[in-house]
Design a protein around this ligand. Structure first.
Ligand code: IMP
Length: 436
């Protein structure tokens, strides 16, 4: 489809990087529209591993234009480190294939300091953020005290706005948290220099995108994090600070909402979460540990061990419905080969009642998932490239997932390499007609 959004249908880390990298082959523009360097999209090309935090995954494809929209919380230090790192590995990156919105909000040093202080202040109630300054940057945006990329390039604007912002932040840092203030002169000098290095990439991303789309370009929107971390629809307050799915595209990229045609959700064949907050199907025992070991479930951004558990069909169905998914891609199916028995949560029990629809105003820690069990297939599936090459029990498991989430599964991923996928067509024909 000429415009497609790929979004996470769980709590992030669903393997979006690899899928977007594949889909980028057919795209002209690949666009990040929300989040920031809290994301970590892992792509493996010919055995070489790339972890991208801010730059869209299309950068690994020569000739693609990569756009960072106004909705991204832009950390210039992280972006330029990523540019340097890619160049060192021979990847071409300059203003011809990477462009950045002048309206994206900037993450300053003080945002990272504030992120960590806010977490410390919350104590037991902490969110478990990535510490990348995401929340404080978006809070400043909403408070209308933030600085944007365009401000970095304009000395007349940068100095007074940074001074005003920092005076307020420093009062909070010193008086509420009893920590040393951030130095205005140091930050000014640092971000002035960073602004100069960013300048060749800066432009009007929204206008470029609308023009390109009108001229027939294929546009791919790369969501970061996942639906259950969405600030409005996720497990608030244990969420990130942006709209992670299709709703974020229009606001975060300057692309008309009614021009978005495709929405592909990505979910693992099981489930993980990093940081604090509800996770109904989390397994605290041996099975959770086994998923972590088999799936190498450690954060791409922070290295934290991920919490692991079984596929939650209630949450994924909700995520797909919410984002108008036209298809679902299930990743990491190969990780489940190590299990004799698999479980899928098909509903929740809340105060004795069985619920099959995701409940929006319930303490998710209070609910009990209802599981059904499936026999494992007990053999390696990483070499399969077609549906027919999968063991019958793996086929049955995937079909059951599709039935439960109510959206066609259009592809399976069975390993980290670009070619380790199985494209699917209409497992359940009635679903293929409608989408979520
Ligand atoms: P923040 O986005 O750093 O403020 O973190 C808020 C919550 O979102 C924390 O639970 C993080 O662990 C989680 N989070 C943020 N980015 C990602 C991601 O890319 N993958 C998974 N979890 C994430």
């Amino acid at each position: 489809m000429p415009s497609t959004c790929v979004f996470g249908a769980q709590w992030g880390d669903e393997g979006k990087g690899k899928i977007i990298d594949r889909m980028a082959t057919d795209a002209d523009q690949v666009v990040r529209y929300q989040g920031g360097a809290n994301a970590g999209h892992t792509v493996v090309v010919a055995g070489e591993k790339f972890v991208l935090h801010l730059i869209p995954s299309g950068i690994l494809h020569p000739g693609k234009v990569n756009l960072i929209g106004n909705g991204v919380a832009l950390d210039p230090v992280a972006l330029l480190a990523e540019v340097d790192g890619l160049r060192e590995r021979g990847v071409h990156v300059d203003g011809s294939n990477l462009r950045l919105s002048a309206s994206a909000h900037v993450i300053f040093d003080h945002h990272r300091v504030m992120d960590n202080l806010a977490e410390r202040w919350k104590g037991e109630g902490r969110i478990g953020t990535t510490g990348r300054g995401i929340g404080p940057c978006y809070a400043d945006k909403a408070s209308r005290t933030g600085l944007r990329v365009g401000d970095l390039l304009d000395e007349e604007r940068l100095a007074p706005r940074l001074k005003a912002a920092l005076a307020e932040k420093n009062a909070w840092i010193t008086e509420v948290h009893d920590e040393p203030p951030c130095d205005y002169e140091v930050e000014l000098q640092r971000f002035r220099e960073l602004g100069k290095r960013l300048a060749p990439f800066v432009g009007d991303v929204g206008a470029e995108l609308r023009d390109a789309y009108a001229a027939g370009s294929m546009v791919l929107f790369e969501g970061a994090q996942g639906a259950m971390l969405d600030i409005d629809h996720g497990t608030y307050p244990f969420v990130t600070s942006s709209n992670t799915g299709t709703a974020g595209v229009a606001a975060g990229a300057g692309f008309p909402a009614n021009k978005l045609e495709g929405a592909i959700g990505i979910a693992k064949a099981y489930c993980t979460r990093v940081g604090e907050g509800p996770f109904p199907t989390e397994d605290h025992g041996d099975e959770g540990q086994k998923i972590r070991d088999e799936g190498n479930e450690y954060g791409a951004t922070t290295g934290r061990p991920r919490r692991c558990g079984w596929f939650d069909a209630v949450a994924v169905r909700y995520a797909l419905e919410l984002n108008g998914a036209t298809g679902l891609i299930v990743t990491n199916l190969d990780v489940l080969s190590a299990f004799d028995t698999l479980r899928i949560a098909t509903g929740y029990r809340i105060a004795g009642e069985v619920v099959e629809r995701y409940p929006v105003d319930v303490d998710l820690d209070e609910l009990e998932p209802i599981y059904e069990s499936h026999p494992g297939w007990g053999e390696d599936v990483t070499g399969a490239r077609t549906w027919d090459e999968l063991p019958a029990r793996a086929q049955a498991y995937v079909k059951r997932l599709e039935e439960l989430v109510g959206t066609p599964i259009v592809m399976l991923s069975i390993g980290p390499e670009r070619d380790q996928v199985i494209p699917l067509a209409a497992l359940i024909p009635e679903l293929a007609k409608g989408g979520a």
